[in-house]
Write a protein that binds this ligand. Sequence first.
Ligand SMILES: *Cc1c(COP(=O)(O)O)cnc(C)c1O
Length: 388
Amino acid sequence: MKGRTLLMIPGPVEFEPDVLQALGAPTTSHVAPEFIEVFGQALERMREVWFCPTGQPFVVAGSGMLAMEMAVVNLIEPGDKALVLSTGVFGDRYAELLKRYGVEVTVLRAPLGETISLSEVDAALHAQRYNLMTITHVDTSTGVRVDAQALGALGCKHDVLTVLDGVCSLGAEQLYQEQWGIDVALTTSQKAIGVPPGLALLVVSPKALSTWRKRKSPVANYYADWANWLPVMEAYEGRKPSYFGTPAVNLICALHVSLGIILKEGMKTRFLRHCRLGKACKAAVNALGLDQVPTDPAHAAATLTAPYYPDGITGVEFLPRVKAAGAILAGGLHPEIKDRYFRVGHMGATNPGDLLATIGAIETALLDCGYQCKLGGGVAAAQRTLRS
Ligand SMILES: *Cc1c(COP(=O)(O)O)cnc(C)c1O
């Protein structure tokens, strides 16, 4: 990988060489015994990574958007009510998606950069009966993390199904799906799970499956219908062949390897590592004198950092320079502030060396743009955090 520019966006991210190797292996039949074993093990490993021993995992070819759609479309019927908690673009997308299926949607939207107020959620759930509540664990457009544990508890208290978009958190931020009472926790391959784009991944609680079984109308999306995929998942886990749509064989082989690497690292170690990387990046950004989109470090994600540009600098000048200095970063996504901030992803296989190189590249690019900052100031701040 020498000579390659670091990919430090909030997904796709840097991947482990063993994962990429699995992706490049000759493709087998999707019903070959060795593939059935790999798929079966991958499903078992998901339960461990999600901390959901009684959950039902689903692996389907598609991006995170499909995972979002598949999670809710099986649980709602026209005329149902959903409460959408939004801390950015992906929360808002959930509202759009649900409306498309005839759901009556109420959006609880946090002010830009702030997290969701638990008392407002409690009050909203008390005021009206909802069938479903969606939670964006980390909204990648703002870098805001919500308190998924407390929100899961509120869902249980008010007996509403909870769907957690963990696309920018699962496998990096603390999440104990079963213990926290989350009914569906979903993600996609290319973020903290560490596999190139192409897989929608979800784990569904027994309660959500039983709601699905009791529905009166057919699921309005044929491809995403659990009725088509549940027998396939059960068969592969029972080490038997099955077919609805051809599984993404190579991606599933890569997923199997990546989940193995994740579990070998250990979930607690992995959560701590991400926490430390996140803090180090934020300390560096602070030291360079840049503000950040999340208004309080307590609700800033460990998986990405979202700094505002200094006055007078835009992405048009900054992003090509930071790339030339060795790191590919992402521009803004939130429509209100799109051109005023950038995003650094640091999840999955990202190591301290990658982060320090990225901060060095940010310093160089800022200086090249004419911003006065101390060369090495950000790197030193990150080093101090990483050593503490
Ligand atoms: C990236 C992302 C998505 C969408 O995933 P795609 O694979 O791009 O479709 C959804 N939600 C969150 C929080 C994300 O970060």
